[in-house]
Design a protein around this ligand. Structure first.
Ligand code: ADQ
Length: 469
């Protein structure tokens, strides 16, 4: 049986899976690596003065991991720079925040080349390689240049941007051309795949081959849609565990018959947090009768704090939450509880379950797993209501949620009111339909569908070593 090699910027295979802090993706990929006797390769997260390419091999609960340190300049230009300051904002349609620094592009190319050079000697003839996310788009091209002829697949966890925005990126064509060194390229939704095709056909003069493939740059790549999900059974177990039940009880007692609205997001400008708070403020303004009867619990761990744009949004959110609380709080009631911290999965599950409304309103999001976690955590007899941005990839499947335009504070206000007053029968009907989707798009199914499609992808000349131009 061929081995599976998973490649991602950070390797999240848990050292202690029983601790319950690892996400569904980490668990699903770890399980696959055990089944396929595979290897997980990526950056160690450590910085060294000079890149050596030395590998650190670890066994993490039966999963083989190979890690490499990066030098400070790589971290600055490749990771903080091109990945987080150029591609992430661009792919989330924030061209205003995208930094187009030549040194970032060079650092991205250099670091990917380094990853390829370190990884190539580990690859055996029958291995299947699965590369994840925007940090490593050119990796297959660099591996091909080193003579790697194995099947290589790529999955993008973020949205793909509209062509009109992608062309603002210097060397956009080089980036897209490098994707044609893969055998399979996968996206979460039809919409992201359509946007990718649009670039290839309209900008690069490529063609669809009618079988899910694209031809361009003298190469062919298979494409597909693979909507990611959560580990449903694992999440239900966490919800029903002692920790999950304890958190639920604690929140139910703390809510004291008030309705809780919950938001859980990394602190990121793509998650629409400012717009969400403004929409909630509008709701408090529009529905004075609800003041004192509801509160918003917004759980937002700080992320990418080295990047200016993240420090800015953090300061704006602190100010906004403070202003709304200052304006509307009573002696015995505060409208927003705003927390910058992470919780274990069992605690999150208990929190979600205690919330009458789940507020998931990103401005643009590849999929959004919080939407699926919120649904999975609900009590089937008395489920809460999911409010979901129409701009999250999850909206393509979860049409039974209350879909909103997160840019409109009035629409958010109306949706919050509707969610709080929806009759039980309607809540149940919506929840059942949504729960079916959550089950149908389980993370293990996503993983297996991708690996199957990669193994079945037609080989079309990509495996010939590319010239080193
Ligand atoms: P993210 O942008 O990180 O992922 P998301 O899909 O919502 O977004 O996943 C976040 C995960 O972090 C969830 O599992 C959530 O439970 C967890 N999390 C958030 N806040 C937390 C907290 N306070 N404590 C503990 N855990 C917390 C990227 C893309 C998404 C895509 C995923 C998977 O941006 O669009 O859905 O990858 O492909």
């Amino acid at each position: 049986m061929s081995r599976l090699i998973v490649v991602s910027n950070r390797v999240s295979a848990p050292v202690d899976p029983a601790a319950g802090s690892a996400g569904g993706l980490a668990m699903a990929l770890s399980a696959a690596l055990k089944t396929y006797d595979g290897l997980w390769f990526g950056w160690s997260g450590e910085t060294v003065e000079t890149f050596t390419g030395e590998l650190k091999h670890q066994d993490r609960a039966g999963v083989q991991v190979a890690l490499v340190d990066l030098e400070a300049q790589d971290v600055e230009e490749y990771y903080n720079g091109y990945a987080n300051k150029t591609l992430w904002p661009l792919f989330h349609h924030r061209v205003d925040l995208s930094a187009y620094e030549r040194s970032y592009g060079e650092g991205y190319e250099r670091t990917n080349r380094r990853f390829a050079e370190v990884l190539a000697p580990l690859i055996q003839p029958d291995d299947v390689i699965w590369v994840h996310d925007y940090h490593m788009i050119p990796l297959a091209r660099d591996l091909r240049r080193l003579g790697v002829t194995n099947r290589i697949g790529f999955f993008l966890h973020t949205p793909w941007p509209a062509r009109q925005l992608l062309v603002t990126l210097p060397h956009h064509r080089r980036l897209v051309e490098s994707m044609f060194a893969y055998d399979l390229v996968g996206f979460h939704t039809e919409e992201w795949l359509d946007l990718f095709r649009d670039y290839v056909v309209s900008e690069a003069r490529g063609e669809l081959d009618g079988q899910g493939g694209l031809e361009c740059f003298g190469r062919r790549v298979q494409t597909g849609i693979f909507p990611i999900g959560i580990d449903v059974d694992g999440f239900l177990k966490a919800r029903d565990s002692a920790g999950g039940v304890r958190t639920y009880d604690r929140m139910a007692a703390s809510a004291a018959f008030r309705s809780m609205i919950v938001g859980v997001d990394r602190l990121d400008y793509s998650k629409g947090l400012e717009q969400r708070l403004l929409g909630y403020e509008q709701f408090l303004h529009d529905h004075a009768e609800q003041r004192g009867k509801v509160f918003l619990l917004q759980v937002t761990p700080i992320s990418r704090d080295e990047v200016d744009a993240y420090q800015d949004i953090r300061a704006r959110l602190d100010a906004l939450a403070g202003r709304i609380n200052g304006e509307y709080s009573e002696m015995d009631w505060q409208p927003i509880r705003y927390l910058n911290r992470t919780y274990r999965r069992d605690q999150l599950a208990g929190l979600y379950r205690a919330a009458r409304v789940g507020l998931v309103t990103p401005l643009r999001d590849g999929m959004n797993l919080v939407a699926k976690e919120y649904v999975a955590a609900q009590n089937p007899d008395d489920p809460g209501v999911l409010i979901l941005s129409r701009f999250a990839g999850a909206a393509e499947q979860m049409g039974e949620a209350l879909l909103v335009n997160p840019f409109s504070r009035e629409e958010l206000s109306d949706a919050i009111h509707k969610a709080l007053t929806l009759p039980l029968a309607e809540r149940r009907r919506k929840w059942e339909a949504l729960m079916q989707v959550v089950r149908d798009t389980d993370v293990a199914g996503w993983r297996d569908a991708f690996v199957r499609a990669l193994k079945a992808a037609p080989i079309s000349g990509n495996n010939a070593p590319a010239n080193a131009a």
